[in-house]
Design a protein around this ligand. Structure first.
Ligand SMILES: Nc1nc2c(ncn2[C@@H]2O[C@H](COP(=O)(O)OP(=O)(O)OP(=O)(O)O)[C@@H](O)[C@H]2O)c(=O)[nH]1
Length: 320
């Protein structure tokens, strides 16, 4: 089994360690001890398959961030965590994300935006809408609000990240297979400009979901079913999602949901591609039909010309 390397990034004190320890060990740390770097391992099951995770809880405090470049290089997916009670922590993430994209040399890196400490509703200075806005700016990176204290959405953010990594891997395998097939099946005769085209299926959808109110009340803490277990924004397909059943429908009146085009069907296949394919085959069919019609018309007109010529010949013979 392969290790999936996840990296938890964010400013100091936003709750990275609490989220990680809550996910790995199911306990909440209420004392603050700035992290230098901690590594955790956990095996999780998604869709009846086991995945070994190596989670790196990184330093948020500036004097411990020297190693950042190294662990970004080795990371496969990133949790970008801010605290809803700290405006600067969200600003810091903007830079961090740039750094990740630059080091990874890609615009498409598995990533989840996490607004932690959502239970502190009286101390909140960053609204859900602010988070949504950042998520949209980042190309609709999946966005959750979490509470490590209440264990709200903690598993979900890690699982979402792993799913993104799996999906990217599948997409890469599809692309490579298609590229190889193009080469083997007489690629040289094909239009060379098609060689670089992505042939794999688009496996992203955008769905917006609701967030419920979180509070400190012990009854809430005891009852997970009252907590929000859904991404507020997501670029995920639903097919491979264990938390699928927890996702609300888009017409939830209480949701903060932004309308979003969902181009995927339940199997995660981009519907627009199907539509395109369908329209292409319809076009081919109608072209065939019109060709047949043209040929039939041509045959009819050449038959009548033959008849006319015969008549002409006959009348010439009679004259002669
Ligand atoms: N109310 C509340 N407090 C939290 C939550 N998560 C973390 N905290 C508190 O915030 C403080 C900092 O949490 P940490 O997890 O150590 O923060 P960190 O991001 O790992 O900090 P660095 O190691 O310095 O980068 C601790 O006192 C936690 O108890 C949360 O969801 N709700």
């Amino acid at each position: 089994m392969r290790d999936y390397k996840l990296v938890v990034l964010g400013a100091g004190g936003v709750g990275k360690s609490c989220l990680t320890v809550q996910f790995v060990q199911g306990v909440y740390l209420d004392t603050y001890d700035p992290t230098i770097e901690d590594s955790y391992r956990k095996t999780i099951e998604i869709d009846n398959k086991l995945f070994d995770l190596e989670i790196l809880d990184t330093a948020g405090v500036a004097q411990f961030t020297a190693m950042r470049e190294l662990y970004i290089k080795s990371g496969m997916g990133f949790l970008l965590v801010y605290s809803v009670t700290d405006k600067n922590s969200l600003n810091e993430l903007l830079e961090l994300r740039e750094q990740v994209l630059k080091i990874k040399d890609s615009n498409k890196v598995p990533m989840v935006l996490v607004g932690n400490k959502a239970d502190l509703k009286y101390d909140r200075v960053i609204s859900v809408e602010d988070g949504i806005e950042v998520s949209s700016r980042w190309g609709r990176v999946p966005f959750y609000e979490t509470s490590a204290l209440l264990r709200s959405n903690v598993d979900e953010v890690f699982v979402d990240l792993v799913r993104q990594i799996i999906r990217d891997e599948l997409e890469n395998v599809n692309n490579n297979t298609n590229n190889q097939n193009n080469g083997i099946n007489g690629g040289a005769r094909r239009n060379p400009s098609l060689g670089n085209m992505k042939m794999g299926r688009t496996m992203s959808s955008a769905s917006r979901n609701s967030i419920s109110n979180l509070n400190h009340s012990p009854s809430r803490m005891a009852s997970r079913s009252n907590m929000d277990a859904r991404p507020i924004t997501s670029t995920n397909t639903s097919s491979a999602d264990a938390s699928n059943s927890k996702r609300p429908s888009s017409n939830n009146k209480n949701s903060n949901a932004m309308p979003s085009p969902d181009n995927t069907d339940s199997s995660g296949i981009d519907k627009t591609q199907n539509v395109k394919q369908a329209s292409t085959s319809a076009e081919i069919k109608s072209k065939k039909n019109s060709d047949i019609n043209n040929n039939t018309n041509k045959n009819i007109s050449s038959a009548s010309e033959n008849r006319k010529n015969k008549k002409k010949k006959k009348s010439l013979c009679t004259i002669l």
